[in-house]
Design a protein around this ligand. Structure first.
Ligand SMILES: [Zn+2]
Ligand SMILES: [Zn+2]
Length: 418
């Protein structure tokens, strides 16, 4: 039986696992319940399993029979290449969002205000499924697979923590390639995948600005240093910066999402502060928006004789798909899902991903997989992060098969992507 058939055969288990995780969503870096569900799903498989310290991650290493690693428990770093075969890393993120679910599904979240609204519950099930399918082929595997079950994708940089704890060296040598799938509740029909070479998702950062003025009576602004008009000027000037200083074909998005100052109408406050999300699609634009936004707010503050503290808070870099790996992965996806179900993605997405940290060190590809429920129109269905977003279970077998084939075919093709 082929991988796809084997995946269909375990689909009911994957649906069960996915719904168990969906019912009990967890947020952030510490997902003990989700972690134990992952460990239970992997139990009995011939894997070397380790768990995170700073976060509740699970790293599982599957060494192929051809890799000569049976029972070795992993040699020292750098020890493996000759007989270990190539290493391929597959990643699935595990965390949920602070969203109050409104889907009405019978397996909806039982935790108030927390929901798997980004479909990471499907990623866990698909990756656990791939571990099953690949473990069943262990004897014939021409290399090693690292399964990266990652908490804290939604703003907690879980991938960076896992890299710091050694996930990229878990097999004793660096992966030749890394792949991640992400489901979408809208835009793509179920079972249709899309990807692109180069920038796939934006870099996202938080710009934090506080204008330090000097408070006073609202009737005598000349005796105070009012921070509010200064901060307002910054907000509008940032929009001008975007349109005047950046190439429309290498765009930048700045959105001020919070603005806070003052307590009442007749008191000038000491401070005004705002937060903006800043998105960019190339390392060059990212660097330039840092410099120019900070210079801009600094210049406006000094023009008005007030102080400002401004900084970019650690965000995610641009998710850049390696051209050769993307071509390869799209070919595998076309084989697994069908030629007509694999679409080139015309533009990068304005969302951001911490898989970008992995792709900074390992060539690879990030693919979107449609999970829009049957009967819903992908163009209008609630999208990821919406309280009524629904992700269809029917894609779990396809996703598990795709992860599996990516690993199988990439190990066989090593060292370079064909
Ligand atoms: Zn998300
Ligand atoms: Zn996500």
């Amino acid at each position: 039986m082929g991988v796809r058939d084997d995946a269909e055969a375990i689909a009911p288990e994957l649906v069960r696992l996915r719904r168990d995780i969906h019912r009990e969503p967890e947020i952030g870096l510490h997902l003990p319940g989700t972690q134990s569900k992952v460990l239970a799903a992997l139990e009995g498989l011939p894997l070397e399993i380790s768990v995170g310290t700073a976060l509740s991650s699970v790293t599982a290493v599957l060494r192929g029979g051809g890799a000569g690693g049976a029972g070795a428990g992993g040699g020292p770093a750098g020890d493996g290449p000759a007989d270990g075969g190539p290493v391929v890393l597959l990643r699935g993120d595990m965390d949920a969002l602070p969203v109050a679910e409104r889907t009405g599904l019978d397996y909806a979240s039982q935790t108030e205000g927390v929901m798997h609204a980004c479909g990471h519950d499907l990623h866990v099930a698909m990756l656990a499924g791939a571990a099953r399918l690949l473990a069943a082929r262990q004897r014939d595997l021409p290399g090693t697979v690292v399964f990266m079950f990652q908490p804290g994708e939604e703003g907690h940089a879980g991938a960076r923590h896992m890299i710091a704890e050694g996930v990229l060296d878990a097999a004793g040598q660096r992966p030749v390639a890394a792949y991640a799938l992400h489901v979408a509740s809208s835009e793509l029909p179920a079972g249709v995948c899309s990807t692109r070479p180069g920038p796939m998702l934006a870099a996202a950062e938080i710009l934090e600005v506080t204008v330090h003025g000097h408070g006073g009576h609202g009737s005598q602004p000349h005796l105070a240093a009012d921070p509010i008009p200064v901060a307002c000027e910054m907000v509008t000037a940032l929009q001008t910066l975007v349109t005047r200083k950046f190439d429309v074909f290498d765009p930048v998005v700045i959105t001020v999402g919070t603005f806070h100052a003052g307590t009442t109408d007749n008191v000038i406050p000491d401070e005004a502060s705002f937060l903006a999300t800043v998105r960019s699609f190339s390392p060059a634009a990212r660097e330039r928006v840092h410099e120019s936004a900070l210079a801009l707010v600094g210049g406006i503050a000094s023009a008005h004789g007030v102080a400002v503290s401004a900084a970019f808070r650690d965000g995610y870099p641009v998710t850049v798909n390696d051209a050769a790996e993307t071509r390869f992965a799209a070919g595998v996806a076309a084989e697994v899902l069908g030629e007509e179900r694999c679409l080139p993605q015309p533009n990068p997405l304005t969302g951001a991903e911490d898989f970008s940290f992995v792709l900074e060190q390992v060539p690879g590809a990030y693919l979107m997989l449609g999970a829009c429920p049957p009967g819903a129109d992908p163009a209008t269905a609630p999208n990821n992060h919406a309280a009524d977003a629904v992700f269809d279970d029917s894609v779990l077998a396809a996703g598990a098969a795709l992860y599996t084939e990516l690993a199988l075919q990439r190990m066989a093709a090593a060292p370079a992507a064909p």
